[in-house]
Structures are given as C-alpha cells and as structure tokens.
Design a protein around this ligand. Structure first.
Ligand SMILES: [Fe+2]
Ligand SMILES: [Fe+2]
Length: 313
C-alpha cells in the first residue's frame, strides 16, 4: 500500500497490446492503492480485456510520473502498421510511423516506453527488409526541410539495415540493434533549436557548438535505457570520420565500429539526397558520385560505401 495524495486516473482502455508502461499503475482496492504494474510491465490485449471484464476500468497513477504517462499516450495515438501490407507499401508506412515517432520524441521526453516503441519500429523495419530486401528501392519521399528532421532518422534506420544485409549481416537481432541506432542516432538534436538545424546560412560559433553537442546529448538521454553497445556507439559516434576529422572524439577508422561506419554512410547519403533549406537535393547518382570522389577513404568507409551502392542498385 502506498499513500498517494498527488494522483490521477489512467483508463485501462488506453493500454495498448504489445506496449510497455514505464510508470507505476495502482488499483484502488477498498480505498487502498495496490501496485499492479511496476515500470517495465508489458501489456497484452488478453490482460486488458480480462481487467475490463472484471470491472477494473481505471488505474491510479502518480502525478510525479506525468511526463512518462504523456509520452505513453502520445505513442498510443501513432498510426498502426498493417502486417499484411505489401513490402513496398509497408516500408513506407514504417517510415511514416518512424517519422511521427521521432516527432513525438522531440516534443517530449526520452522515456522507457519511447525506447521500447522505437525498438518495435526497428523490428518492423528489419523484418520487412529481410523478407524483401529490394523494398528499399521503393522507399519514397524526399521531404521538405521542416519534415526532414523527423523522416531522416527513419531513413537512416532503413538504409543502414539494408546496407548491413548487403554486407553479410544476417542475424536479425544484430540488424535490429543497427536499426535502433539509426532511429535514435540524432535524438540529441531534440535539444537543438529547429532554426539552428534548418538554418540556411553558415552556423555561427555558438550554433555550431550546440549542433556538435547532439551526439553526446543523445548518448546521455539514452544511457539509462539499457540499449546495446552497437546502438549506443551509433548515437555517440555517427559523426566520427575515418581520417579523425569527426566529432565528438576525433576517432580514427580503427576506433570506429563497423556498425557506426555503416550508419555514418547512411546518414551522409540521406542528408545529400534530401532537400534542405540550405541545399538543393542531389539525385541518387549525384550523391553516390559525390561520396565516391569527395569522401571515400578520407571520411567514409569503402566497405560501407560498397554496401550502400549494393543496396541501391
Ligand atoms: Fe547527427
Ligand atoms: Fe543524422
């Protein structure tokens, strides 16, 4: 039993099948609050149906956990993925979902439920690409710059997964760790003002400092979430470059994990082929040509670049 003067109610009907709650849920039994689900609890439709059938329509929750509850409810409003959609259609639905998810993330907190949701999207991406690798060629849409930030993470997850498959990674769990890294790689940008992210001219010193902080800020936001080494390395080091000119640590090639090298190539390719306020988008050919002649061997890994070419052609 716990005394909770500061509390709200949470409808049982808001619990979604397959989701995880990262806040305490109490049942009020004869005036006493009994803890029913601690953070990390995973829900099934069967369980919520049973609770409703037994007459439990609501839980009590603590007001101090309002931010977690808000994010959970926001995630619940995202569109659903139809499992039986054709792969080409499904990869685009997943991309839309991942973009809406990133938008949610930027407007709230990086909670446990958000990380869990991101992992589910990553699993969807991996399953779709393993089932039908060529569906990446159907990935649509070059976005205008306002949408860029949200769609970018989705595409980096998709490109990095497809590249990894082409480079011989077949273990789906491994692919998921890479896809999750793609999805979360820029989460630190939620603390960078959009006008800096989309600024048309060169960034001044202060703006550049904010921008360069995003890998570390993302790493900090996620470090308690229990994500894999590969995922965390992608978040922290996706701006490292083979010749040591990157940030935040100026690592050389040997210090950058292969998965990170792949994500970095996916990240650069997506930036080049997207329309930004300061840049006209390049075609697929122009982007690959630019990467080959300007970045290969100095900034980006040749093996990852070959993986990208193999995925797209
Ligand atoms: Fe980044
Ligand atoms: Fe990025």
């Amino acid at each position: 039993m716990i005394a909770m003067p500061e509390r709200n109610v949470f409808p049982v009907s808001s619990l979604l099948d397959g989701s995880m709650t990262d806040f305490d849920l109490f049942l009020s039994v004869k005036g006493e609050d009994i803890l029913y689900a601690a953070p990390g609890y995973c829900w099934t439709r069967d369980e919520t149906s049973r609770l409703l059938a037994e007459g439990w329509a609501e839980f009590q929750i603590q007001k101090s956990q309002a931010a977690m509850v808000r994010m959970y409810l926001q995630l619940g409003r995202l569109p659903k993925i139809e499992k039986d959609e054709a792969p080409a259609r499904r990869i685009n639905s997943l991309q839309d979902l991942a973009a809406s998810f990133t938008q949610c993330l930027y407007s709230g907190e990086v909670t446990g439920a958000a990380v869990h949701y991101g992992e589910r999207i990553a699993r969807g991406i991996v399953e779709c690409l393993v089932e039908n690798p060529s569906s990446i060629k159907e990935i649509s849409g070059l976005m205008d710059h306002d949408q860029y930030t949200f769609y970018h993470s989705a595409r980096v997850a998709v490109f990095a997964t497809a590249m990894s498959i082409n480079m011989g990674v077949s273990d789906e769990k491994h692919l998921q760790r890479i896809a999750v890294g793609g999805l979360f790689h820029d989460v630190g940008k939620k603390d960078v003002p959009l006008e800096v992210i989309n600024k048309a001219g060169a960034l001044d010193q202060g703006e550049w400092k904010k921008m360069r902080a995003h890998p570390f800020q993302g790493y900090e936001a996620l470090k308690a979430a229990g994500l894999s080494l590969e995922t965390m390395e992608i978040v922290l080091h996706h701006h490292e470059r083979m010749n040591g000119s990157g940030y935040p640590h100026g690592l050389q090639q040997s210090g950058i994990m292969t998965e990170v090298q792949i994500a970095a190539v996916a990240d650069i390719y997506d930036a080049l082929t997207s329309s930004r306020s300061y840049q006209k988008r390049r075609t697929r050919y122009e982007a690959l040509d630019f990467m080959k002649h300007k970045l290969l061997g100095t900034d980006i890994s040749p093996a990852a670049f070959r993986g990208l070419v193999a995925s797209l052609t």
